[in-house]
Design a protein around this ligand. Structure first.
Ligand SMILES: *Cc1c(COP(=O)(O)O)cnc(C)c1O
Length: 404
């Protein structure tokens, strides 16, 4: 007998759970790609994406995923021989670095390991020492590193660049965190920001975004690739130029619905707070379990509100993920390795996007059942600890759409 008959639950750090409303909005006949309804709707999506990012700058929308916009950012900003500094706090900064390297850019990686955030003091010292020849053109980092579960302090990194008096552009990958973590591009002094639709934005994978401000616009190079070029995409004369071809029509309908949910109905501030509550509930459970489980990031101020990385006794993570998937229909995130850890001893809980207490507590309770089934040593009370966080937050959550 299997108990696994019902609605599957994914708690992976992307693609995240897709609201039925978003799927329903996509379930329709093909629209006229020359017709005003689609063109008008697209304009509202573009405007709302900028609201979401907190920028008056430009947005480019690509049919693609996160890797696509890594490449787009490099193709528009750097030319072979340019030097960039990548701050690595897990896995995803390194992949962006590898993209740039493959495209002929001179990449320097400043590595902060798998269990720490980027250190603004080290960044400042490195930039102060960058005195000879052509300066580094940009500093690239992620807000949330989806492998380690760290959250970098974007404001502190910006302040470090300013304190060094360095002209580098500041580019931030918010693919895991947009819509989950507080982030306002212009207020934070971020010049370039990357995002994709399949994590905090609750839409099936397929479109991704670059945002860039005035400093990045001034630093643009003549893009060699017609497809990646920001020019026509951000200032189109014809509708099709926004996408360099056919629009991702159904993704735009889905994203329109998701943006309504996030910006109009819930309010972005409330969505940020909700993600903070769920993150704290998950941390409380893991900390209570103790025993064979440990949070990868020790300092709560450095932990992501979108994804939590958990270290386990050797091999337990893989066995637990298999149990949860097969016996219960819960998909957990695989371990993306740090240098000091094998992937069978690491798993991740994605808690981004379309998530409420029953889904989040259901995932934790299923993990509890899996740990019990596998005989993993741990303390009692984890689910109560998570429920307590939810109960306390329920009293104080603002009821107004964007309140406070
Ligand atoms: C998921 C993710 C990516 C990669 O996105 P893909 O859509 O898988 O290409 C890049 N950066 C971060 C921070 C991510 O979380």
């Amino acid at each position: 007998m299997s108990l696994n008959h019902g609605r599957d639950l994914t708690a992976m750090p992307g693609p995240s759970m897709i609201p039925d409303r978003v799927l329903r909005a996509m379930h329709r006949a093909a629209p006229d790609i020359y017709g005003e309804p689609l063109i008008g709707m697209t304009a509202t999506v573009m405007a709302d994406l900028k609201r979401l990012a907190g920028t008056a700058g430009a947005v480019a929308v690509y049919i693609g995923n996160g890797h696509a916009v890594w490449e787009a950012s490099v193709a528009n900003l750097f030319t072979p021989g340019d030097r960039v500094l990548v701050l690595s706090t897990g896995r995803f900064g390194l992949s962006w670095a590898e993209t740039a390297r493959r495209m002929g850019i001179a990449v320097e990686v400043m590595d902060f390991g798998f269990r720490a955030a980027a250190d603004p003091a080290r960044l400042e010292a490195r930039l102060r020492a960058d005195r000879e020849g052509v300066p580094l053109k940009a500093v690239l980092t992620v807000q949330t590193d989806t492998a380690s579960g760290v959250r970098n302090d974007v404001a502190a990194l910006r302040a470090a660049i300013d304190a060094a008096g360095h002209p580098a552009l500041f580019a931030v990958d918010c693919i895991a965190s947009l819509g989950c973590e507080p982030f306002e591009m212009d207020a934070l002094g971020v010049d370039v920001m990357l995002a994709a639709c399949q994590k905090g934005l609750m839409t099936p994978p397929g479109i991704a975004f670059t945002f860039h401000g005035a400093r990045a616009e001034a630093a643009r190079i003549p893009c060699q690739s017609p497809y990646w070029d920001w020019g026509p995409r951000t200032a189109p004369e014809e509708y099709y130029q926004q996408f360099c071809g056919t629009a991702p029509t159904h993704h735009l309908f889905g994203l329109r619905e998701a943006l309504d949910m996030l910006l109009e109905e819930e309010g972005l501030g409330n969505a940020w707070r909700r993600h903070g509550v769920f993150a704290r509930a998950i941390w409380a459970a893991v900390e209570t379990w103790g025993g064979a489980l440990e949070l990868n990031i020790a300092d709560p101020r450095l932990r992501s509100h979108a994804v939590t990385t958990i270290r386990t006794a050797p091999g337990l993570a893989t066995r637990l993920r298999a149990w949860c998937a097969e016996a219960a229909g819960l998909t957990l995130g695989v371990g993306l390795c740090g240098p000091d850890q094998d992937r069978d001893s690491l798993f991740r809980i994605g808690h981004m996007g379309h998530l409420n207490p029953p889904t989040m507590l259901g995932a934790l309770a299923t993990i509890e059942a899996g740990l019990e089934a596998l005989g993993a040593p741990r303390d009692a009370g984890a689910l109560e600890a998570a429920a307590r966080v939810i109960a306390r937050a329920g009293d104080s959550l603002p009821k107004s759409p964007d309140g406070g």
